[in-house]
Design a protein around this ligand. Structure first.
Ligand SMILES: Cc1ncc(COP(=O)(O)O)c(C=O)c1O
Length: 381
């Protein structure tokens, strides 16, 4: 066995959403965005120590947890953030809903690009705000923001732009010039910029992430950033995420909208978050290498053995976006399930005819999933 990530762990009967969905059926779950890997050992050790203490009262983060976040932001991005900018959240989906309440009134609209992670569309909708959408465009096989579509979509009731970088599902890491264009668009249209950067540590091929708030003082004051250790260190079930809101007035609005309805982060979430940001580096380096190999396998396999499936440049995340419109399937996900592989439906991302494959799993599992996709496609011939 070459890598710790090759090890296959049994996840059935471990309260896993991903694996419960297909319980009792021979369908490999490659849908929701968590990985079939154990978290870094230092995180597991910290959790063991906390559990051994045995008391789980109402929680508050230790100052050392806040310091771990601030140190990580400075170490990784040269970003000198301040402790008071941090708002701890029990999840970023909660954050997207609170954001919609805080920064748009009923009848106002919120702009986003599509395809997009579904809560970008559902958060505003659940909170009675409308969404205006700008379809992304393809530059070769790279997804880019379509500025004409953005100009056409924005209107005088639009209050905010929900941006995702690195992008789920398009797997792009936007370049500095693209980020600058986002900032100036928001300035020009007087939009608050919400930047979901939850995938910012999952950059492949040695790429580096630029938090959009660090571009300029005006970007810093007019935006806020959503991050979490959950995608990177596989901690989604512990519910610990953060909004970084430098501007006091925006922060007050956000906090006021969350009051009384947002649960606290739990004891274990804080502990895992601190340990991950302090000690997860070596594990992460190995993970990125492994995910890069999985991405290469998906690419090579699709090219050789999945005729009719279009995939794109893949710069970050462990989520591969695939166009299967060519097959004219009524329900692509149900079709692939009938061949033993569970994917996410592009329709949820405002992009019917696409599916998303999660390759955050041991390579042998991925290979089996790809073989099943091939069998599904061969059966259409
Ligand atoms: C872009 C993006 N934001 C937020 C989330 C979910 O965050 P959380 O688990 O903290 O609610 C995901 C999960 O896949 C995501 O891809």
């Amino acid at each position: 066995m070459d890598s710790q990530f090759d090890q296959v762990h049994e996840r059935r009967s471990t309260d896993s959403q991903k694996w419960q969905k297909y319980e009792g059926r021979d369908i490999l779950p490659m849908w929701v965005a968590d990985m079939d890997f154990k978290s870094p050992q230092p995180v597991l050790d910290a959790l063991h120590r906390r559990v051994d203490h045995g008391i789980f009262g109402y929680a508050r983060p230790e100052p050392s947890a806040t310091e771990a976040i601030l140190e990580m932001l400075e170490r990784n991005y040269g970003w000198k953030a301040e402790a008071e900018w941090l708002v701890w959240l029990p999840g970023l989906v909660v954050g997207l809903n609170i954001t919609s309440r805080a920064f748009a009134e009923p009848g106002d609209s919120i702009l986003t690009t599509t395809p997009i992670y579904p809560p970008f569309l559902l958060g505003p909708k659940f909170q009675g705000r409308s969404v205006v959408k700008a379809k992304m465009a393809l530059d070769g096989d790279r997804w880019v923001v379509d500025w004409d579509a953005m100009e056409a979509a924005v209107n005088d009731r639009t209050r905010m732009f929900l941006f995702c970088n690195p992008h789920n599902p398009c797997a792009r890491v936007f370049e500095r010039s693209e980020l600058e264009a986002v900032v100036s668009f928001c300035e020009r249209h007087d939009l608050i910029l919400c930047s979901d950067e939850i995938h910012c540590e999952l950059l492949l091929d040695g790429r580096t992430h630029t938090p959009i708030a660090t571009l300029s003082e005006s970007a810093l004051q007019n935006s806020f950033t959503l991050i979490a250790p959950s995608k990177t260190y596989n901690l989604a079930g512990l519910g610990c995420s953060l909004a970084i809101i430098p501007n006091r007035s925006l922060r007050n609005r956000f906090v006021a909208s969350a009051r009384g309805i947002m649960a606290e982060v739990n004891n274990l979430g804080y502990v895992a978050c601190e340990a991950a940001y302090r000690h997860g580096g070596p594990w992460l380096e190995e993970l990125l290498d492994y995910l890069g190999g999985n991405r290469d396998l998906v690419r090579a396999f699709a090219k050789a053995s999945l005729p009719g499936v279009t995939i794109y440049e893949h710069e970050a995340t462990y989520l591969s976006w695939m166009d299967v419109t060519q097959f004219n399937l009524d329900d692509p996900v149900a079709y692939f399930e009938s061949h033993g592989i569970g994917l996410t439906d592009g329709a949820f991302f405002d992009s019917p005819g696409h599916v998303r494959l999660n390759f955050g799993c041991p390579r042998s599992t991925l290979q089996e999933g790809l073989n099943r996709m091939k069998a599904a496609i061969d059966a259409l011939a």
